[in-house]
Design a protein around this ligand. Structure first.
Ligand code: DX5
Ligand code: ZN
Length: 211
C-alpha cells in the first residue's frame, strides 16, 4: 500500500517540519489548485521546487487545474515524481489526454489521471495501458476534511478488472483507518490522506493504521 500524506492539511508556515513528520509514509501528496478547475488556490511550482530540496520522498503532484499540459513541464522540472492531471480538464479530445500522458512520461516520471466523483469509471479504460496510475476522487476536489463518498470507491473494481497488473489505483478524499479498509477491499493500492494524518496526535500511528 502506497500511503501519500496530503500536505494540504499541513501548516504551510512550518512545511519542512510537517514534511519530516510524515517521512515514514511512501509518497508526499501535493495538491495544486488554480481557482478555476476547483474553487480554491493552493500550491504552485516554486513551492514544489523548495519542497524538493528538503525531502527525498517521491513527490506525488495532483494537478486540479485547467490546461494541465501547460504546467506539466514546470512541475516535472521542479522535481515531481508522479504527476496526475484530471480527465475533466483534458477530456475535450482524446488527443489532449494522450498529449498529457506522453508529456509526463517524457520526463521519466509516473503519469496519473484522476476522475471526479460524478465521472464514470469507463472513461479511463482506453488509457489504462499508458497510465501508471488512476486516481479515484472520493470527495469533490477542492478542499481537505470532507466526508468520504463510498459510491465513488465502488468504481475501483471495474478499473482493476480492466487494468494491467502494475496499474496503481489511488484514492483521495476522506480517507481514515475505516474508509481505507473499504478502498483496499475494492482494489486500491495507494491512499491519500490529509486531515486524518495531520490532525492526529500520533502521526506515525495514523500512517501505520492505513497500511
Ligand atoms: C482534495 C484534495 C485532497 C485532500 C484530501 O481536493 O485532492 O488531496 O488534501 O484531504 P482529506 O484526506 O482531509 O480528505
Ligand atoms: Zn489530492
Amino acid at each position: 500500500m502506497i500511503i501519500s500524506p496530503s500536505i494540504l492539511s499541513a501548516d504551510f508556515a512550518n512545511l519542512e517540519r510537517d514534511i519530516k513528520a510524515v517521512e515514514t509514509a511512501d509518497w508526499l501528496h501535493i495538491d495544486v489548485m488554480d481557482g478555476h478547475f476547483v474553487p480554491n488556490i493552493t500550491i504552485g511550482v516554486p513551492v514544489v521546487a523548495s519542497i524538493r530540496k528538503v525531502t527525498d520522498m517521491p513527490l506525488d503532484v495532483h494537478l486540479m487545474i485547467e490546461n494541465p499540459e501547460k504546467y506539466i513541464e514546470p512541475f516535472a522540472k521542479a522535481g515531481a515524481n508522479i504527476i496526475t492531471f484530471h480527465y475533466e480538464a483534458a477530456c475535450h479530445s482524446t488527443r489532449h489526454i494522450e498529449d498529457c500522458i506522453n508529456l509526463i512520461k517524457r520526463f521519466g516520471i509516473k503519469a496519473g489521471m484522476s476522475i471526479k466523483p460524478k465521472t464514470p469509471a469507463d472513461v479511463v479504460f482506453p488509457y489504462l495501458n499508458e497510465l501508471d496510475m488512476v486516481l479515484v476522487m472520493t470527495v469533490e476536489p477542492g478542499f481537505g476534511g470532507q466526508k468520504f463518498m463510498q459510491d465513488c470507491a465502488e468504481k475501483i473494481p471495474a478499473i482493476r478488472q480492466k487494468a494491467p497488473a502494475n496499474l496503481i489505483i489511488q484514492v483521495d478524499g476522506g480517507i481514515n483507518a475505516e474508509t481505507a479498509r473499504i478502498c483496499t477491499f475494492y482494489g486500491a493500492n495507494s491512499l491519500v490522506a490529509g486531515n486524518y494524518i495531520y490532525k492526529s496526535s500520533d502521526i506515525k500511528s495514523a500512517i501505520a493504521s492505513l497500511r
